[in-house]
Ligand binder design. Structure first.
Ligand code: SF4
Ligand code: SF4
Length: 453
C-alpha cells in the first residue's frame, strides 16, 4: 500500500481561540478562561490538563464551534500523537479482530447454533458485482439476532468481515488515525475487488467513515455509493414496500450516538420518523441530538489507566441511563449497534428497569416479526460482561501494544477458540441470578474507587 498523506479535519486557520467548544462541552464544561488556555495548549501540542484524559469523544464540540474549525478533530490528532508514544492499552486487544482472544473470538464459545449459521453464511459469501452488500459489521456481529432471520435482509447481501474494522469507525474515535488510514486503503482494495456499485452499512458511523472520513481525511476515495440504512428503511416504510402491521403504542426515549452529530445532525431525524411510524411516542432526554451524552464507550478513548477503562466507561454510561430513566419512558432506543451492546451490559450492571431496543427491533416488531426479547439480549449482555471481565484479567499481564496487523488470521480467529476454562466458569456462574446480582453490586461498589473521572 502506498503512503498517503492524511489531512487533519481540524481547521487551525479558522480557530480564533474563543474556547466556546470546551466551555459548552457537556462533559468538561470548562470555565471560559480555562477553555481558551486548554485549546491553545492542544493546538501547540503542550500538556492538556483536561481534554485528553476526560473527553468522551462525543463529537458535540464540532457543533458548538462558531467558526466550523472542528475542534473534535484536534483532539483526535493529539490522541494519535499519544498512541505513537505510549501505544494502545493492553485491554484494547479485545476489540482488535487481529489479536488473540478478541471479543469476537471469545464470543464464538457462547453463540447459539442459529447465530453460528447466520454468521457463517455472512462470513463466507463473496459479493458479486450486482449485489448491494449490507455490512453487518463488528458490532451487529455481537448480537446477530437483532437482524438475523428478518425479511429486511432480503433486500441485501449481508456480509460480515470483522477485519474491515467497521471501516475504522471505532478506532477513529480513539484517535488511531494512522491505523484508520491503513484500513481505508485495505477496504478500498476489497470493495473494488468485489466490483459492487452500492454498499449499505448497519451503522450510520460506518457509512459516514466510508463516505466522508476516508476521502476527506485519509485521502482514500471509494468508488461505491454508500446507502444510509435508516434512510433506506424510512423510504421503504413510506412507500409501503415494508408494511407495518402493528402499532406498538410505546413511550420511548432516543439515544443519539456520537457519530449522529456528524454532518450537522443529518442522522437524527430518520430514526425518529421510523419510531413514530411504528407507533412510538418520543420523550426526549435532557441532552439530545447535538448535546447528547455518549453511551459511555467514548470514555475509553481518553484512557489513563488500563484497569480503569471498563469502570470509566460504565460510570459514564450510568449518566445516560439516569437521563433516560428520568423521562419516564418505557424503553430507550438506540439506532447504533455499537452503543446497544454496551447499553445492555450497563443496564444489567445498573439493574435498570428501562427496556432497550435497537430501532431495527422496533421495526421488526411493527412488521409482525417475532423476537426472543429480552432473553437474547440478557444472555448476550452477560456473555459480554464475562468476556470483558476475563479480558481485563488477561490484560493485567500484558503490555501496551501497537496495532500492526490489520488482516484477519483464519487460524486463530476461527470458530474454534481455545479452551478458556476460566471464562467458561465465569459465564456458568453468571447463569445464577444471585451471582449476577452480587457481581453487579461489587462492580458498582468498586466503580468509584477504580474509575479515573
Ligand atoms: S468530543 Fe465531546 S466530550 Fe470531547 S471535548 Fe468535544 S464535546 Fe467534549
Ligand atoms: S475550535 Fe472553534 S470553538 Fe474552539 S476555540 Fe477554536 S474557534 Fe473557538
Amino acid at each position: 500500500m502506498s503512503k498517503l498523506k492524511r489531512i487533519s479535519g481540524f481547521r487551525e486557520d479558522l480557530c480564533n481561540l474563543c474556547g466556546e467548544c470546551l466551555h459548552l462541552c457537556p462533559v468538561l464544561s470548562l470555565p471560559i478562561e480555562d477553555a481558551k488556555e486548554e485549546i491553545k495548549n492542544l493546538i501547540e501540542g503542550k500538556d492538556s490538563k483536561y481534554t485528553l484524559t476526560k473527553c468522551n469523544t462525543c463529537f458535540s464540540c464540532n457543533l458548538y464551534c462558531p467558526q466550523n474549525a472542528n475542534p473534535y478533530n484536534l483532539i483526535l490528532e493529539r490522541w494519535n500523537d499519544l498512541y505513537k508514544k505510549r501505544a494502545a492499552p493492553s485491554l484494547y486487544r479485545f476489540v482488535c479482530p487481529t489479536e488473540q482472544n478478541n471479543i469476537w473470538q471469545l464470543l464464538n464459545i457462547f453463540l447459539s447454533n442459529q447465530e453460528r449459521r447466520w454468521i457463517y453464511k455472512w462470513f463466507n459469501y463473496i459479493p458479486k458485482p450486482n449485489d448491494t452488500p449490507l455490512l453487518i459489521g463488528n458490532y451487529t456481529h455481537l448480537f446477530p439476532f437483532i437482524i438475523g432471520g428478518s425479511k429486511l435482509l432480503d433486500y441485501f447481501k449481508p456480509i460480515d468481515r470483522i477485519d474491515q474494522w467497521e471501516g475504522g469507525a471505532y478506532l477513529y474515535q480513539g484517535g488511531y488515525l494512522d491505523v484508520v488510514q491503513r484500513i481505508a486503503q485495505r477496504t478500498k482494495i476489497e470493495f473494488d475487488n468485489w466490483g459492487v456499485k452500492k454498499i449499505a452499512a448497519c451503522l450510520d458511523a460506518v457509512e459516514y467513515i466510508f463516505k466522508e472520513v476516508h476521502p476527506k481525511e485519509m485521502g482514500v476515495v471509494h468508488a461505491q455509493e454508500f446507502v444510509n440504512f435508516n434512510q433506506w428503511l424510512l423510504d421503504k416504510i413510506n412507500s409501503n414496500e415494508i408494511q407495518l402491521k402493528n402499532q406498538l403504542n410505546l413511550k420511548v426515549t432516543v439515544h443519539d450516538n456520537c457519530y449522529s452529530k456528524s454532518l450537522d445532525g443529518a442522522y437524527w431525524e430518520a430514526p425518529r420518523e421510523i419510531l413514530k411510524k411504528c407507533g412510538c411516542r418520543i420523550k426526549e432526554m435532557k441532552h439530545n441530538r447535538k448535546n447528547s451524552l455518549c453511551c459511555g464507550f467514548g470514555a475509553g478513548a481518553s484512557w489513563v489507566k488500563n484497569i480503569s477503562i471498563p469502570f470509566d466507561i460504565i460510570s459514564e454510561g450510568f449518566k445516560k441511563f439516569k437521563e433516560a430513566e428520568d423521562t419516564g419512558a418505557k424503553a430507550l432506543i438506540s439506532y447504533c449497534g455499537g452503543c446497544i451492546y454496551l447499553l445492555w451490559a450497563i443496564k444489567e450492571l445498573k439493574r435498570s428497569k428501562i427496556d432497550i431496543f435497537h430501532v431495527i427491533e422496533i421495526v421488526r416488531m411493527a412488521m409482525g416479526e417475532r423476537l426472543n426479547y429480552p432473553q437474547d439480549h440478557i444472555k448476550r449482555a452477560w456473555d459480554i460482561i464475562a468476556i470483558i471481565s476475563y479480558s481485563l484479567l488477561l490484560s493485567v499481564y500484558k503490555k501496551n501494544f501497537f496495532l500492526n496487523k490489520l488482516i484477519y488470521d483464519e487460524k486463530f480467529s476461527s470458530f474454534q477458540p481455545k479452551r478458556h476454562t476460566l471464562l467458561k466458569i465465569m459465564r456458568a456462574l453468571f447463569k445464577i441470578s444471585l451471582v449476577r446480582k452480587v457481581y453487579a453490586l461489587l462492580f458498582r461498589l468498586f466503580m468509584p474507587i477504580l474509575r479515573t473521572r
